[in-house]
Write a protein that binds this ligand. Structure first.
Ligand code: SAM
Length: 314
């Protein structure tokens, strides 16, 4: 699993840059999502990207609630709650939610907003009562580390996670999982297929750039693997491909990150660039921003994305 140090590099180091870039572009009250939105097949025209992005992020959250059969007063658990976007959504619809995150900055932000976020690894979480629904959006991709993969433990990690989700839920209730996977270009060999000096836009270069963002994280190979890991506890009831929506999402993110923001933004960039990184990782990270690696990773099907709805079996 990506540990607290890895999560620090992925999220805490860019906490202010990310959060404030979103707020500067979309307004003070925008929920801070850091996962693929849901465009529902309609992509925005020129000049309409910002409004469409906010709506598409809202679509994602509402879709997740629909998938778990949410009704008001339900209690929901969010594994990997980030800056509390889903916790907020659940509360807006009259429910109650708790979220887990490994990022102290995210948990502090959630708590400031009055949300019930806990600084906790799901591996350490034990439910004291069962929930009406569970979600995990953009966190599952962190659950297996490269080391665990190399040790042949990937399925064991996922199986353990689904067992916990099962134990957290009331019988027959729903779990919505949104996650990146490796894309149609296949699963890379980590010993040979990663090189930030490989040709522009090649899988080897883009995967190296991703790894600089998400050290310690190894992606699920495909949907079949996830469904198999869940199969002792859950039936899959719906599956969607979110890859193209992620291309659009990441395009808007890049605009927000690159938009002017004065001295405050320069300081945020400096923090992002230098916190917790070695020189090589730093250069690869900056290269990835310059080359739009996030959006291109999805566009060239190097990285894929699934939206999976599960129902507890028993
Ligand atoms: C990309 S963010 C997604 C945040 C949010 N769900 C969203 O949609 O914006 C990934 C989240 O997963 C959390 N996470 C990763 N590994 C975790 C673990 N083992 N236990 C709890 N949270 C974890 C991170 O702390 C972070 O909050």
């Amino acid at each position: 699993m990506a540990d607290k140090g890895d999560i620090f590099v992925s999220y805490d180091a860019m906490d202010a840059l990310w959060r404030n870039s979103m707020i500067r572009m979309f307004g003070e009250n925008v929920p801070v999502d850091f996962t693929g939105a849901r465009y529902e097949g309609i992509y925005p025209g020129y000049g309409e990207e910002i409004a469409a992005y906010v709506e598409a992020q809202s679509n994602k959250r509402v879709y997740a609630l629909k998938q778990i059969g949410f009704s008001s007063e339900d209690r929901v658990i969010d594994f990997g709650c980030g800056w509390g976007n889903m916790l907020n959504e659940v509360e807006n619809w009259g429910g109650r939610a708790i979220g887990l995150s490994l990022s102290p900055a995210q948990v502090a932000y959630c708590q400031e907003m009055g949300l019930d976020a806990r600084l906790m690894d799901w591996n350490d979480y034990r439910p004291d009562r069962q929930f009406d629904g569970a979600v995990s959006i953009g966190a599952f991709e962190h659950f297996c580390s490269i080391d665990a993969f190399r040790a042949g433990r990937q399925m064991e990690v996922y199986h353990k996670f689904f067992e916990l989700v099962h134990d957290c839920l009331k019988p027959q209730r729903g779990f919505y999982l949104q996650t990146m996977i490796f894309g149609g270009k296949g699963v890379p060999d980590l010993d040979v297929d990663i090189d930030p000096r490989a040709p522009m836009n090649s899988p080897r270069r883009i995967i190296a750039q991703w790894k600089a963002y998400f050290p310690g994280s190894y992606l699920p190979h495909n949907e079949e693997q996830i469904v198999e890991a869940a199969s002792d506890f859950f039936d899959l009831t719906r599956s969607e491909d979110g890859r193209e929506d992620y291309v659009e999402t990441a395009r808007v993110w890049l605009e927000a990150i690159n938009a002017p923001g004065g001295l405050e933004k320069w300081l945020e960039w400096a923090t992002f660039a230098f916190k917790g990184l070695g020189r090589d990782e730093l250069l690869t990270r900056l290269q990835s921003v310059r080359e739009d690696a996030f959006s291109r990773g999805f566009a060239y099907d190097i990285i894929g994305h699934r939206r999976l709805t599960f129902v507890r079996k028993d």
